[in-house]
Write a protein that binds this ligand. Structure first.
Ligand SMILES: Nc1ncnc2c1ncn2[C@@H]1O[C@H](COP(=O)(O)OP(=O)(O)OP(=O)(O)O)[C@@H](O)[C@H]1O
Ligand SMILES: [Mg+2]
Length: 260
């Protein structure tokens, strides 16, 4: 579905992503992991065409992304950044309704079908009761769900999520990731997400890409990628990997920081 080949990205003169290649298969959940500042958000933004890249190619359904119209991309792809900001007086329902605009012509109004999709997105994220509340009055978890609802209303083929569980307590982290998995399984939604928690990445991903200092250092299934060696070389942490018979996802137990 998406091919990222030899991508290099720089801010001013400083190159922060170097010859980065990976692909995303239709219907999979792919996670990008790596230390702070390693380039994860930069890669996600470049994929969504929010950032220019200095070399490399991104191909979406065999078409070079550079040649696609912004509206075409917005119909198929949605990105939720690490920090989403909406006008504080906007209601949950109106925020979610924004998701429909890439599908509309200039000045075209939303119709019954659009409103049905907005209702569906609110229901899926358990926000129906909050729909008339302003975004500013929501808790961190509710607000995160509202943004995901907006993304769902967009009905994208691929959803890019940058740390969707930040600011959430463990129950809400679980709820968001379960929702992502449910949508992936029920609707075939392709998901690329940046995660920090290695166990969450292990449990919820079909494949994982590991970024360190702007380089792709590993890619593969959680079983292939989650090794003591990868964690030590990427995070300078000692870890123990446990395999349990009833789950294919390896469990990671972090131990000490490795002193250099
Ligand atoms: N607008 C910018 N201008 C200059 N440098 C930037 C800019 N945005 C990011 N960088 C730098 O690029 C590098 C990669 O940043 P990026 O935000 O992609 O990292 P990340 O892996 O998402 O980190 P985190 O886990 O903290 O979110 C960092 O060194 C960062 O300081
Ligand atoms: Mg980031």
């Amino acid at each position: 579905m998406l091919q990222i080949e030899q991508l290099s990205i720089r801010y001013e003169q400083k190159e922060v992503v170097h010859n980065f290649s990976f692909d995303v298969q239709k219907g999979e959940i792919l996670s990008i992991i790596g230390p702070n500042g390693s380039g994860k958000s930069t890669i996600l933004k470049a994929v969504a065409r929010m950032l220019p890249y200095c070399s490399g190619t991104i191909t979406f359904d065999q078409k070079n992304m550079r040649t696609l119209a912004s509206k075409e991309i917005a119909k198929k792809m949605c990105i939720l950044s690490q920090r989403n900001q909406a006008p504080s007086d906007i209601t949950v329902r109106n925020l979610v309704a924004y998701g429909r605009y890439p599908h509309k012509k200039w000045f075209e109004r939303l119709n019954d079908e659009d409103y049905a999709i907005v209702d569906w997105a609110l229901e899926k994220t358990h926000l129906t009761h909050y729909q008339d509340q302003s975004i500013a009055t929501l808790s961190g978890g509710e607000s995160q769900r509202a943004w995901i609802a907006m993304a769902l209303a967009q009905k994208p083929e691929i959803l890019l999520l940058d740390e969707p569980t930040t600011y959430l307590d463990i129950a809400h982290q679980h709820e968001i990731l379960e929702l992502v998995r449910e949508l992936n399984r029920e609707t075939g939604l392709t998901v690329v997400m940046v995660l920090h928690d290695l166990n969450q990445a292990s449990s919820y991903s079909d494949r994982i890409v590991v970024v360190k200092d702007g380089h792709c250092v590993q890619k593969g299934t959680p079983e292939e990628v989650m090794t003591e060696q990868m964690i030590q070389s990427t995070y300078k942490m000692e870890a123990e990997i446990q395999h349990v018979v009833w789950d294919t996802a390896p469990r990671i137990q972090l131990k000490n920081t490795v002193r250099s």
